[in-house]
Design a binder for this molecule. Structure first.
Ligand code: DLZ
Length: 203
């Protein structure tokens, strides 16, 4: 089969975005694991290339794509609650510092960041079957993820492949059998860092 020209990726970014001080979340489905695994790997490796530290990239799995929105929603909310708790702790710590007898555990430079996620990537692979399942799940997940990012203001990168065949999906993970294709996980990793940096600028 000839090279599929629709399997293309993101162009070069207008600047080098630095994800080093940011915390990210990847939630991925486990359906179609042979496609999911390279996509997640591509996303993580690209985020690291853009400075994100592996310990600041939280990876969580759910059974199928239909579960992506609820996991993203809960984990974003939990990270925001944790951020408020940390802020309260810090206020307490600064008053403790006034007391020379108080002991606080020092944070190390390599400790994972806590607090809100700068951006989230939701990764799923939906392959069209002979029933209406594909259309219902695809539509619900797409709208669910958009709703979450608009309601929370946290970018949710759309890492859901909606494909007609296994081969189409494999090619979009860079592991096609007929032709390798391009790993879209890399584009999603780059988009997560860019949006994470930009939403901080837009704050
Ligand atoms: C049920 C189902 C089907 C038929 N196909 C897929 C698929 O191609 N990709 C995917 O991520 N998940 C699929 N699922 C599972 C649903 O997303 C979901 O996990 C179950 O319906 C349970 O809610």
């Amino acid at each position: 089969m000839a090279h599929d020209p629709t399997v293309k990726g993101l162009g070069a970014p207008p600047e080098k975005f630095d994800g080093s001080g940011l915390r990210f979340l990847i939630v991925h489905a486990r359906w179609n694991e042979s496609v999911i695994t390279p996509l997640v790997k591509g996303a993580v490796e690209t985020m690291e290339k853009y400075g994100a530290k592996r310990e600041n990239i939280v990876v969580e799995s759910v059974p199928g794509s239909y579960e992506l929105p609820v996991a993203c929603s809960r984990m974003i909310a939990a990270s925001q609650i944790q951020a408020s708790a940390n802020a309260t702790d810090l206020m307490g710590a600064s008053s403790l510092l006034a007391d020379p007898s108080a002991t606080t555990s020092p944070t190390t430079a390599n400790a994972p960041l806590k607090g809100p996620f700068a951006a989230v990537i939701a990764i799923g692979v939906l392959i069209k079957g002979s029933t209406q399942h594909f259309e219902y799940i695809s539509d619900a997940v797409t709208h669910g993820l958009m709703k979450i990012q608009l309601e929370t203001g946290v970018p949710v990168i759309y890492g859901v492949l909606n494909c007609n065949t296994d081969e189409q999906a494999l090619q979009r993970a860079g592991v096609g059998r007929e032709t390798k294709g391009h790993n879209h996980g890399e584009d999603w990793g780059a988009a997560a860092v860019e949006l994470g940096v930009k939403t901080q600028r837009w704050a």
